[in-house]
Ligand binder design. Structure first.
Ligand SMILES: Cc1cc2nc3c(=O)[nH]c(=O)nc-3n(C[C@H](O)[C@H](O)[C@H](O)COP(=O)(O)O)c2cc1C
Length: 229
């Protein structure tokens, strides 16, 4: 499975099978955690075979069988949420390519003492559950490309592809509160520019959503096609 196929087939899955994840698969995931912690300056932690975080009162009714998850943490910073989104979605798409399923969780989890470590200035911003799903989930309702971008007949194909992939991105309560603007080449820039913005939401998580959306957009638009404004 390619990353593009992972974007198309991924849906949130909240109910999981008992099946343990083989060590060969876990070691690929561990390598990726190490990579994103380094590149994203994060403190993401992998927790396996731990059933309590998603079985408490917080997740009653929606989650079942979750025993593996990522603790999405990092040092306090203005851009922490966006980095958690951007790099966390790389874990989500890798998991999908490895035949696993996932679900981001901003609220539906409990922190279990002893399963993670935090330095004094570090914060947990969310969890991501993963494992072998009982189903593959269902496609979410998407806004139109015009609602989330300035797409038109004049924008390049890679921008249209990027917006399509952005609309497939998971966002908290499927709020899709983002806007992608094709700016083009300005002021002697080497590459065309794209601006990504989030808009206000009472639910919050819009910066995390934006990081996830940017991850999808970049994969679909292709490397070396544009730069973020
Ligand atoms: C930052 C973030 C936080 C989320 N928090 C929760 C949560 O607490 N509980 C939950 O059941 N789903 C949660 N979700 C999953 C969203 O509801 C889901 O991604 C959205 O409805 C779109 O559906 P899809 O992921 O199947 O495409 C969260 C998603 C994101 C991106």
């Amino acid at each position: 499975m390619t990353l593009t196929e992972a974007i198309e087939t991924r849906h949130s899955v909240r109910r999981y099978k008992e099946e343990a994840i083989p060590e060969v698969i876990l070691s690929v995931i561990r390598d990726k955690v190490r990579e994103i912690n380094e590149k994203g300056n994060l403190h993401v932690q992998l927790v396996t075979e731990e059933p309590k975080a998603f079985s408490g009162i917080m997740s009653y009714g929606s989650f079942s069988g979750v025993r593996n998850y990522f603790v999405m943490a990092g040092r306090k910073a203005d851009d922490l949420d966006e980095r958690i989104g951007y790099y966390g979605e790389q874990l989500v798409l890798l998991a999908q390519m490895l035949g696993l399923n996932t679900c981001w969780a901003g609220l539906s989890y409990s922190k279990i003492p002893g399963t993670y470590e935090l330095d004094e200035d570090e914060r947990i911003r969310c969890y991501i559950a993963f494992g072998y799903g009982l189903t593959q989930g269902v496609a979410h309702k998407e806004k139109s490309a015009k609602e989330v971008s300035n797409t038109s007949d004049l924008v390049p194909k890679w921008f249209v592809r990027g917006v399509h992939a952005a609309l497939k991105a998971p966002t908290a309560v499927n709020q899709q509160k983002f806007f992608l603007e094709y700016i083009g080449v300005r002021d002697g820039a080497r590459l065309p520019r794209v601006a990504a913005r989030s808009s206000f939401s009472l639910v919050g998580y819009t910066k995390m959503d934006l990081g996830i959306v940017k991850c999808h957009f970049e994969i679909a638009a292709g490397p070396e096609t544009f730069e973020w404004a």
